[in-house]
Design a protein around this ligand. Structure first.
Ligand code: SF4
Ligand code: SF4
Length: 432
């Protein structure tokens, strides 16, 4: 398993050291009316309306929360169109023609240091809710809910591990925007009244360590430490990161906040910085196009709402006529796209384009690799059997499928190339 992990790590080298290319002025942007967490939504704008950057142009409805929808450019509303969302689903988007003037909405305004200092926890809840800030590492979990936590938080754990193969968007964020990261962490520490923050990075990335520690010399008022953790997958899983980075073992079923620890992704703290300092929603983000099927792998700073196809073309297009596999997100936990007609939303980190290699599934040889590799201590092979037998009792009461984080390790290590993670996904649907 270790040999394989090292092998996939090499793929990050395709883009880790490539500086960000600014691609922030597409002709059109597309803003989703619904998403994976909000099944319904409404647009406040119609064809011909002029909109500004940061303007509220709609509202999404989730099961227990609402999410304002913001324009990421200034320009004219064209109408609505169907495109693929990062979840892989065909979704309705508001199409806006970008006038490339970046006219800001009146709601976007800088807060003074005094105003920021006076913000209460409730203010942080309200601002992040109004800005629709969510986990930008891909979780899309609403950040305001984290600020509503009533447990005392002593330590912030900043997830900068980016442990999935190929991904380098956070790597470039740290290398190119380290001050924004420190300021965002400072705001989060203020909100939680946390005593310290620990930024976790992979130990092999000395460039990240040097950049972050050098930046900290400019933020000596903040008690922030940079911690090198393991180089393996899934080191970025919060339970594993807390164990390695803080030396704390979180018992199964217990939330880290119950132990005084709050985890935030490194790109989320940059989103927080923008929300608190400028009252600005996420309108740009880092995005990587990589894999052996694209002509020029690159890192971008993109406008949220940019068409993926446009970025693929800008990267020289596909490098052959062979069939391609497109994955939005990391190869272990991302979603497969059936077409490249997708949109880069604020939670998209990357698109991996691979030349399609046919893998034929073989029967299970009872080797135990999947069991050995599961970070949650589950029995993927038993889960597969229970799904095949539609054994609801085993799935609900014996196999602890709730603990599965859909990390993909079982599929990756399976000797017989069985898509065990698909069975886990089905098992969750049956059991939960
Ligand atoms: S996908 Fe679930 S069962 Fe498979 S290795 Fe990850 S946590 Fe374990
Ligand atoms: S890794 Fe694959 S072949 Fe081995 S026990 Fe698990 S399911 Fe069977």
């Amino acid at each position: 398993m270790i040999a394989k992990t090292r092998e996939i790590e090499r793929d990050k080298r395709l883009t880790n050291n490539l500086p960000l290319i600014r691609y922030v002025d597409p002709e059109y942007v597309y803003i989703a009316i619904t998403n994976a967490r909000c099944a319904t939504g409404e647009s406040y704008v119609k064809e011909g309306d002029y909109v500004k950057v940061g303007q509220k142009i709609g509202l999404r409805h989730g099961p227990f929360f609402e999410q304002p929808i913001h324009s990421t450019v200034s320009g004219t509303v064209v109408g609505t169109v169907k495109k693929f969302h990062r979840s892989g689903k065909l979704t309705e988007f508001i199409q806006i023609k970008n006038d490339k003037k970046d006219v800001m909405d009146e709601s976007v305004k800088e807060r003074t240091p005094e105003e920021i200092k006076a913000l209460t926890r409730e203010d942080f809840v309200n601002i992040t809710k109004e800005m629709s800030l969510v986990g930008l590492g891909g979780s899309s979990f609403p950040t305001y809910i984290k600020f509503q936590c009533t447990d005392p938080i002593e330590t912030l754990c900043i997830n900068a591990v980016e442990c999935e193969p190929y991904l380098s968007a956070d790597h470039r964020l740290i290398m190119e925007y380290p001050d924004r990261i420190m300021r965002g962490i400072g705001y989060a520490m203020q909100a939680f009244n946390a005593k310290r923050a620990v930024i976790c990075i992979k130990k092999k990335y000395d460039d990240l360590y040097q950049t972050l520690t050098a930046t900290l010399t400019r933020h000596q008022n903040l008690n922030i430490e940079v911690k090198k953790v393991g180089n393996y997958y899934p080191q970025g899983w919060e339970i594993e990161m807390i164990k390695t980075g803080l030396g704390v073992k979180v018992p199964t079923g217990v939330l880290p906040q119950k132990l005084g620890i709050m985890v935030l992704n490194v790109s989320t703290v940059v989103g927080l910085y923008k929300a608190i300092r400028y009252n600005m929603p996420v309108v740009k983000r880092n995005f990587t196009i990589t894999g052996d099927g694209i002509t020029t792998p690159q890192n971008f700073r993109v406008r949220v709402g940019t068409s993926l196809k446009e970025l693929i073309d800008f990267s020289g297009g596909y490098n052959s006529e062979d069939d391609k596999v497109l994955i939005l997100g990391g190869p272990m936990m991302g979603a497969n796209l059936v077409r490249d007609d997708a949109v880069i939303t604020k939670t998209c980190t990357s698109c991996i384009i691979m030349n399609n290699k046919e893998y034929k599934e073989e029967p299970c040889v009872r080797c135990g690799s999947c069991v050995y590799s599961c970070p949650a201590g589950l029995q993927p092979v038993q889960i597969m059997q229970a799904v095949k037998n539609n054994d609801k009792d085993a799935l609900k009461n014996k196999l602890n499928i709730r603990a599965c984080i859909l990390c993909g390790m079982c599929s990756y290590t399976c000797t017989s190339k069985i898509h065990l993670t698909d069975y886990c996904r089905k098992a969750k649907k049956i059991a939960l």
